[in-house]
Design a protein around this ligand. Structure first.
Ligand code: AMP
Length: 193
């Protein structure tokens, strides 16, 4: 039973790493970006509300995001733990998550911070934009998403670090090497508690 979060800038590969880490630890991933993209694709009311924010690289308002995550955390498969990918993205969401977990008497075990320098991030994102054509991958939007990450999300890493639950992972290099480093770092962190 492990309750984890993965935090990394747009382009850090956190979505991919989340899948490998979750498979290794036998827990489901909860990716807010994926959940929102599914809502947009399926033309739900939430999708219609979220879409404009996503296309501009802005955060979807907390009330929508927090409610969506709280609903997902109530699902049966999450009883054996989870890996949150893309949430919390700001300090208000961190507070909302604390409340949802505390209401159930639960706590986070670890927060993986995938660290990468900004130039490499921009390069990766521009490459992904060329390959996949995601509507939120234009250069202006990419810069906005990185700025939001710096201003809103890095403080989340700092807050969790003050609780002593952050595991720093170097996000550079190839996919498999990063996965291996992350699994080893999380494993030794959890083992040492
Ligand atoms: P991601 O795939 O995690 O980069 O998310 C794609 C987009 O979904 C983001 O740029 C936001 O517009 C939205 N999103 C994902 N997670 C959150 C969140 N925790 N809070 C607000 N918006 C989010």
């Amino acid at each position: 039973m492990t309750r984890m979060i993965i935090i990394g800038a747009p382009g850090s590969g956190k979505g991919t790493q989340a899948e490998y880490l979750a498979a290794h630890f036998g827990i489901p991933t909860i990716s807010t970006g994926e959940l929102f993209r599914t809502h947009v694709r399926e033309l739900t009311e939430l999708g219609a509300e979220a879409r404009g924010f996503m296309d501009r690289g802005e955060l979807v308002p907390d009330r929508l995001t927090d409610a969506m995550v709280a609903r997902r955390l109530a699902d049966d498969d999450v009883a054996r733990g989870f890996l949150l990918d893309g949430y919390p993205r700001n300090l208000a969401q961190l507070g909302a998550l604390d409340e949802v977990l505390a209401a159930d008497g639960k706590q986070l075990d670890a927060v993986v911070h995938l660290d990468l320098d900004e130039e490499e991030l921009v390069q990766r994102l521009l490459q992904r934009a060329a390959e996949q054509g995601r509507s939120d991958d234009t250069e202006t939007v990419i810069r906005r998403r990185l700025e939001l990450y710096r201003e809103e999300t890095l403080p989340v890493v700092t807050a969790y670090a003050q609780r002593g639950i952050v595991v720093e992972v170097d996000g550079g290099g190839d996919r498999a090497a990063i996965t291996e480093r992350a699994i080893a770092a999380v494993g030794s962190f959890l083992g040492a508690r």
